[in-house]
Design a protein around this ligand. Structure first.
Ligand code: ZN
Ligand code: ZN
Length: 233
């Protein structure tokens, strides 16, 4: 039986979007692709690679591989509260998404509020899993940032810029309209403000200098050459 808490999902996606936006605006170093290790560090959440765990004396006697199963990352509460991830053979985009998914469970308090459902995480079709996926997508590719890049630099708006796999990027594009409804203009402006240095970088084709185009003059402030190229870095 589903607990009453699942009523909270009548607005599917809204909570994940709001949490992702709140985390982004609390986290001023906004560049792409988002870095799950940096976010975890700021939030005081420990991330351990499987190989580090296997070599660590604290973990002798604990085999975490059954908990990981086929997943790239899993959150454990014992013997230490942390996220353990597969290192080595994991595709970096897949791992990044898996870590943001786990961070989503933690930021949205799934383990605290839905302990029964989280005993068997990863069950396909679970609303909590969908919510953690939505959090990851909105943290890695926030709606206002995707909108600006698709408008200004459509050729650069692709999966690799955001560190998403191709299939995750497709899901991002499919969910843009739904998620945009949960980001009001004030929130969109706040997120873009944090990304402004990243989004406003341009390189002059004549003198080669890089500058932040706060004034949106469409010319190089050093030599005056027109149409400096937008660069995302
Ligand atoms: Zn999950
Ligand atoms: Zn110039």
């Amino acid at each position: 039986m589903l607990g009453g808490g699942f009523m909270a999902y009548s607005l599917e996606g809204s909570r994940a979007v709001r949490y992702a936006c709140a985390v982004l605006t609390d986290n001023p170093a906004c560049v792409l692709p988002a870095d799950p290790f940096e976010l975890a560090r700021r939030a005081g959440i420990s991330l351990f690679s499987l190989s580090a765990v296997q070599d660590h004396p604290l973990w002798v006697g604990f085999d975490v591989t059954p908990a990981l199963r086929m997943a790239s990352a899993v959150t454990l509460s014992y013997p230490a509260f942390c996220i353990v991830y597969r290192d080595g053979d994991t595709d970096p985009d897949r791992l990044r998404f898996a870590l943001f998914h786990e961070l989503g469970h933690l930021f949205m308090n799934h383990y605290r509020d839905y302990p029964e459902q989280m005993r068997f995480p990863g069950s396909a079709g679970s609303p909590l899993e969908a919510e953690a996926d939505a959090f990851a997508l909105n943290l890695m590719a926030p709606v206002p940032v995707v909108d600006v890049i698709r408008y200004n630099r459509p050729r650069q708006a692709k999966a690799s810029l955001f560190g998403l796999s191709r299939s995750a990027w497709m899901r991002r594009l499919d969910s843009m309209d739904r998620d945009r409804a949960f980001v009001d203009e004030e929130m969109a402006n706040l997120i873009l403000y944090h990304f402004r240095d990243y989004l406003l970088n341009r390189r002059c084709p004549s003198c080669g200098r890089i500058f932040s185009d706060m004034e949106q003059q469409n010319r190089c402030p050093f030599c005056g050459a027109p149409d400096p190229e937008w660069i995302l870095s």
